[in-house]
Design a binder for this molecule. Structure first.
Ligand code: R5P
Length: 304
């Protein structure tokens, strides 16, 4: 009998099942029933006394519902006298609200960290946070896992001898540098302008470096509306890139993203299953790679 147990919220059951399979366990039983008015009442149906309890939940759309699921499950679990509780958050929604972009706005990523602490999670495992500094919003230990190598391994299956890694904005330079190192390729940086008065709107501004006759490998943490990647791809092609591959850990694919990416000058979009994608979020050039082995490893390290 293992002395740990893994629960899943409703956001990404396929990933939770995959992790459970790799760890040779079955998922714990929880009823995530809602009242007629939409209120959630989680009910844990296992004996958790003195066990390490792990809860996997992606804070993907509808993120507010998934966050409530996580924190209410956390509270239900702590009342069952467990030894400790570990939250596994493959995608941390609200991570992009990590600083005061203008006066009068919240620092939402910090608020989410506080929610998790109040629900008495003792440790968190997260994947490719929008900004490494978000770890500092948590008073509890945070294991920050990266899917960069998993993504890099997919790219290595292609001929990338003339490749160049692209940071689509200045905030992504460290991520791109790390990928360039893994692929042994040079790196080019793009400048992006965001418009604070228009949500989800950005503009590729300039390319700092040479992409002519090269395969551009764009790396980002998140593809949300697709605006960043699609504009970057168009500018790179205009600047003479012969092909574009786009990599991102988190495929949010909000709004018109699928439509935009389907018609973009991008050969392949590779993302992970940190967010569960329904059929209508899939498109021909999309390849999804699994982070289940990464999560199973990270969990095993904490429960051994
Ligand atoms: C922004 O700083 C992020 O790293 C991504 O570039 C951004 O969130 C992507 O959003 P969208 O796909 O809507 O352009």
């Amino acid at each position: 009998m293992k002395d740990f147990i893994l629960y899943s919220g409703s956001s990404n059951l396929p990933l939770a099942h995959e992790v459970a399979k790799l760890m040779n366990i079955t998922l714990g039983k929880v009823d995530l029933e809602r009242f007629a008015d939409g209120e959630l009442r989680p009910w844990i149906q296992d004996d958790l006394r003195d066990k390490t309890v792990i809860v996997l939940e992606s804070f993907s759309y509808p993120m507010d519902e998934h966050i409530m699921e996580m924190v209410l499950m956390g509270d239900a679990i702590r009342r069952c006298a467990p030894k400790r509780v570990i939250g596994v958050i493959p995608y941390l929604g609200y991570a992009r609200q990590d600083k005061l972009h203008r006066a009068g706005e919240p620092i939402s990523a910090r608020v989410i960290a506080k929610f998790l602490e109040v629900s008495e999670f003792h440790e968190i495992i997260g994947v490719d946070l929008h900004n490494d500094a978000i770890v500092g919003f948590f008073e509890i230990p945070f294991t920050h896992v990266s899917a960069l190598e998993t993504l890099a391994n997919q790219v290595k299956k292609r001929d990338i001898s003339n490749g160049v890694v692209i940071a689509p904005d200045v905030g992504g330079v460290k991520r791109a540098r790390n990928l360039a190192f893994l692929l042994d390729l040079p790196m080019v940086v793009m400048e992006k302008r965001r418009f604070l008065d228009k949500h989800d709107t950005s503009e590729a501004y300039q390319i700092i470096g040479d992409v002519r006759d090269k395969t551009a490998i764009i790396i980002d943490d998140i593809i949300s509306t697709g605006g960043t990647i699609v504009q970057a791809a168009a500018s790179l092609r205009e600047a003479g890139a012969t092909g574009v591959i786009a990599l991102a850990t988190h495929g949010v694919f909000a709004g018109e993203a699928v439509e935009k990416l389907t018609h973009a000058p991008i050969e392949e979009v590779i993302c992970t299953n940190s967010i569960h994608l329904n059929g209508d979020k899939k498109f021909a050039s999309l390849k999804v790679v699994s982070i289940a082995p990464l999560l199973a490893d990270a969990i095993s390290t904490l429960v051994r």
